[in-house]
Design a binder for this molecule. Structure first.
Ligand SMILES: [Zn+2]
Ligand SMILES: [Zn+2]
Length: 308
């Protein structure tokens, strides 16, 4: 299925003119999931012609402002533009009273239902699930409670090869069982193995969003082999002590995490505003993990075209 990630913002605490605070949009088969919502996210969505009314689920990693200061603006614009369908927000509990206070101070009663789903700070669990995708939180290691998110497409049933349907005269009512793995018994009693009449369906995609966090080897088994890991790299490797103090990671640590967890691709972001040019961060990360990309505002990654 289609699986595309658009970077809306990639900077850490302080925005710059070119680089905005964290926000990403994941389009999984035309389901739109917003991940973090830093200041100005709604403007970025407009800039990249992404219709924010199509977003039904918003995931907020933690309550440092660079990850959610754009949320009330987005909630408010959705209201002003006549939204009436449900909006679901997944975040730590404290965010609910912040939103409630902001709305009540403005005497705003939303025209649409807003559902708040608190994220546990101690348990990792499925937050959202449908027939195509499941989304879970993972616990990160930051200066305040912080959650990463894991997006996993569910395995599609196998696809029946058309010419085999004709060859073996397979009736329609048997398709479902065969797609789920059943063998076929031909008219002459011959058992035709499932892998002779079906092929794997489109690949199953996986994405791990890990910001903000210090280097944390507990993540390795949770993200092993993923198609794409977004891992923060706030600092260059010479500032490893500063990274540790502030609950962040360096380029080297992000790349080491990618290497140890054998993900296919690494996307680094959450850059400190001290870095005017990001090439050196990319070079440092690539030294340890070759398939590294830089998160930049407007970057769109199609998982069907990523190196695998
Ligand atoms: Zn941050
Ligand atoms: Zn933070």
């Amino acid at each position: 299925m289609s699986f595309k990630l658009t970077i809306l913002g990639c900077n850490s605490a302080v925005p710059t003119v070119e680089r905005h605070p964290t926000a990403q949009l994941l389009n999984a088969n035309e389901r739109f999931f917003l991940i973090d919502c830093g200041e100005g996210t709604q403007v970025r969505l407009k800039e990249f012609q992404l219709n924010f009314q199509r977003i039904n689920h918003i995931f907020i990693s933690h309550l440092h402002g660079d990850h959610y200061f754009g949320l009330i603006g987005l909630i408010s614009s959705m209201h002003l533009l006549g939204r009436n369908k449900d909006l679901h927000i997944y975040a730590h509990q404290e965010l609910k009273s912040i939103i409630d206070l902001q709305l009540s101070a403005a005497n705003t009663e939303l025209n649409y239902p807003l559902f708040f789903h608190p994220i546990s700070e101690t348990n990792e669990q499925v937050l959202y699930e449908d027939e195509k995708i499941s989304i879970s939180n993972i616990i990160l290691n930051h200066t305040i409670k912080c959650s990463g998110f894991i997006f996993k497409e569910k395995k599609s049933p196998r696809k029946i090869i058309n010419v085999r349907i004709e060859e073996y005269n397979i009736p329609f009512d048997k398709y479902n069982g065969i797609k789920k793995g059943a063998d076929w018994i031909s008219d002459t009693g011959e058992i035709i193995k499932n892998n002779e009449i079906t092929v794997e369906n489109t690949p199953v995609h996986s994405y791990a969003f890990c910001t903000d966090t210090a280097y944390n080897e507990a993540l390795i088994d949770k993200i092993r082999g993923f198609d794409l890991l977004y891992h923060e790299a706030t600092f260059k490797k010479d500032l490893a002590d500063r990274a540790k103090e502030t609950g962040h990671s360096t380029t080297y640590e992000a790349a080491t995490m990618a290497k140890k967890s054998a993900v296919k691709n690494l996307l680094i972001g959450h850059f400190s505003q001290r870095y005017k040019i990001l090439d050196e961060l990319l070079i440092e990360a690539k030294d340890t993990f070759r398939n590294t990309l830089l998160a930049e505002s407007g970057l769109e990654l199609d998982f069907n075209k990523l190196p695998s």
